[in-house]
Design a protein around this ligand. Structure first.
Ligand code: NAP
Length: 283
């Protein structure tokens, strides 16, 4: 049965099919070689939790009841429009330990076909950002013939840089300390010809992308749940933001049926800043 959402903004309100909702945003056409389009998608509870921390195990996790099939479908529609994904060393560790599922590839045959029909490779390139450079590579990347780059800071351990270099992985230096910074990373990716860059990383990379005005669009799903918990992660990690933290709502869709007993809103925000003025003019 087709799943429908209610569009609350822009007005007038109307019923819309979930499937195809984010494909219709045509993100794959928004970036250019001069000005890549960088976008991210996060899922949060009403009290701002994107993950909880299990202090005894020193791990974080996304509570199962926060996630829904609808949110995952829209996440994958965004994934399908990217020529490049940005993930990180923490995700590669979690993947190899089985703590998280594999989102490095698109598995839905119809979405792969959609990519091929829209001049995209079957699978996107993957950037792995890491300061420690201490993570395992995942076999699925080679199995799907994906281009892989490792991004790190200039002060990262030279032995670890050498290790990955010797294995044949190109290294992108994006920042002067150990961590990856948003502006130099996007500059490097622009130089490599990537146009539509999807951030599937966590709050630390979202923070540097927003702070350095590299993010053009934030998709945010808010489930109407209060999660609580004393140890949690929220969207950002850094100090207080200025106007770079101001977002404009572009659309909002309401799903009253999932998660069961609450519901959720799917929102799309644009960000102010030099990196997206042109994109906004085009949409
Ligand atoms: N609800 C949601 O939408 C959502 C979205 C994303 C994540 N999450 C969850 O939130 C929790 C925390 O997120 P996370 O672990 O994905 O991300 P994170 O805490 O932001 O980062 C984890 C790792 O990523 C690498 N990293 C991050 N920023 C970097 C930078 N600027 N430069 C170089 N390396 C960087 C580091 O790896 P190295 O140690 O290798 O240097 C770091 O240990 C997790 O439970 C995750 O599942 C939820």
């Amino acid at each position: 049965m087709q799943k429908n959402l209610l569009r609350l903004y822009p007005q007038p309100s109307e019923t819309t099919a979930l499937t195809g909702l984010y494909l219709a945003h045509q993100i794959h056409k928004l970036g250019t070689t001069e000005l890549p389009f960088v976008y991210a998608n996060f899922l949060s509870s009403l009290d701002g939790r994107i993950a909880l921390e299990d202090v005894s195990q020193s791990t974080t996790y996304i509570p199962k009841h926060l996630t829904t099939a609808s949110d995952f479908r829209l996440f994958m529609e965004l994934h399908a429009q990217a020529d490049c994904l940005i993930t990180h060393g923490g995700y590669m560790r979690a993947l190899s330990e089985g703590r998280l599922g594999n989102i490095l590839q698109i598995k839905d045959k119809a979405l792969i076909e959609w990519r091929l029909n829209n001049d995209l490779k079957a699978q996107p390139a993957v950037i792995i950002a890491s300061a420690s450079l201490d993570f395992p590579m995942h076999d699925s990347l080679q199995e799907h013939a994906q281009t892989v780059y490792i991004a790190t800071g200039r002060s990262a351990d030279p032995d670890r840089i050498g290790y990955w270099h010797d294995l044949g992985f190109p290294i992108l230096i994006a920042g002067d300390d150990r961590t990856v910074h948003g502006a130099p990373l996007i500059h490097e990716l622009q130089g490599l010809g990537y146009k539509n860059i999807y951030l599937i990383a966590g709050p630390q990379i979202l923070d540097t992308m927003i702070r350095e005005k590299q993010l053009s669009r934030l998709y945010l799903t808010i489930t109407h749940q209060l999660i609580g918990g004393k140890d949690f992660r929220t969207l950002l990690t850094g100090s207080v933001l200025g106007p770079e933290g101001d977002l404009k709502l572009k659309s909002m869709y309401y799903d009253p049926h999932s998660p069961p007993g609450s519901g959720q809103c799917f929102m799309q925000f644009s960000l102010e800043g030099p990196a997206n003025t042109k994109h906004e003019a085009a949409t």
